[in-house]
Design a protein around this ligand. Structure first.
Ligand code: OGA
Ligand code: NI
Length: 350
């Protein structure tokens, strides 16, 4: 499963297409009818659970908080958190500095054009299958942790404030990740530090994918991001404050997430599904586009990439045998990156 050194065909920036194709989108972005957002899929009028983390230090509220988090991880795989301790101003600055990045001239962005080997930098496709139908989005991908992968030269130099703001933002998201792993450990009947240690302690991975969904003249024909589950541990999504787009699978239908002001959308990734032996669910999601551009920051909080990830012994019982084989996150990711987004085929739809 070697990864090709370059893309199978020339990269076209969706943002450039959006600027030039004002009526119709190129064929490459048109999904088969059953995969389009409107046809062949029911939308469900509901929202994912909203959890107020403010109760964490309040003895009267803590029990309810733990119960709500437990239910959200088991039944939904997705929830929003408010009162999470990350400054709303910092969240806004982080999003706006990336919006500014994408609105710079193309030459500035092309200096960071990415390759399939690491995906770091400015990209416009996932997967290397020649002739694939593509998603209506560009993105920027960078590493924050482990420290040896943090290379500021691969982070945009412009806008001026970007590196500083994103460093501060990253530290805050990682802190929040540690807090949630504690809650998950307690809820699974494990020692508070269990999952953090199983993720590699301070050697976790933390990487950011900033998604830029340009405005689209035919939003019913395409998707901003095809259905997928997130391969890592868990994800902290900072959505656009004005434009919805994220849809979460619920049974046979899709829920369009309505973000609360300055909430993070948290979702369980495949590695936590494996470690919890499927007590927690990594749920499929996708992004629809519209006549307005949308910016989102997806922060992936991952286990150290060369640790073997397998169902936690305490969660394997005669009634519930281990559902997954042991595999490092490196092995798992290589498998996925070669194939591109594939819904939930990797772990089965449990
Ligand atoms: C992702 C993702 C959702 C969004 O980047 O993995 O699911 O709303 N993003 O952009
Ligand atoms: Ni995702």
């Amino acid at each position: 499963m070697d990864c090709p050194r370059d893309w199978p065909e020339p990269i076209v920036r969706v943002q450039s297409l959006s600027d030039t194709c004002t009526d119709t989108i190129p064929k490459r972005y048109i999904k088969p009818p059953e995969a389009r957002p409107s046809l062949g899929s029911t939308t469900i009028e509901a929202n994912i659970p909203l959890i107020d983390l403010g109760g964490i230090h309040d003895d009267n509220l803590r029990e309810t908080l733990l119960k709500d988090v437990s239910e959200a991880c088991r039944e939904w795989g997705f929830f929003q958190v408010v009162n999470h301790g990350v400054s709303p101003e910092l969240m806004d600055r982080a999003r706006e500095v990336w919006r500014e990045f994408f609105h710079q001239p193309m030459e500035v962005k092309q200096a960071y054009a990415n390759l399939p080997k690491t995906y770091e930098g400015y990209g416009s496709r996932l997967g290397v299958e020649k002739g694939a139908i593509l998603d209506w989005s560009d993105y920027y991908y960078l590493h924050y942790l482990p420290c040896n992968l943090r290379d500021f030269n691969k982070w945009p130099a412009l806008p001026n404030k970007l590196r500083e703001v994103i460093t501060e933002y990253s530290a805050e998201v990682v802190r929040l990740g540690g807090i949630l792993l504690k809650l998950f450990s307690i809820n699974l009947g494990l020692k508070e530090e269990f999952l953090q240690n199983a993720f590699g302690g301070d050697d976790i991975g933390a990487c950011l994918r900033v998604n830029f969904y340009p405005k689209c003249p035919q939003p019913d024909m395409t998707l901003g991001l095809s259905p997928h589950s997130d391969p890592g541990g868990m994800t902290f999504l900072l959505p656009d404050q004005h434009v919805p787009g994220l849809q979460v699978r619920r049974g046979d239908g899709w829920i369009t997430v309505k973000p609360a002001p300055h909430a993070f959308i948290v979702n369980i990734g495949d590695q936590l599904q494996v470690m919890s032996n499927a007590i927690y669910k990594s749920v499929e999601h996708r992004v629809i586009v519209s006549a307005q551009e949308r910016v989102s920051l997806a922060y992936f909080y991952n286990p150290k990439s060369d640790l073997l990830i397998q169902p936690v012994t305490e969660l394997v019982t005669p009634d519930r045998p281990a559902l997954y084989p042991a595999m490092t996150f490196d092995e798992y990711r290589l498998y996925i990156r070669t194939k591109g987004p594939l819904g939930k085929s990797q772990l089965g739809k449990c």
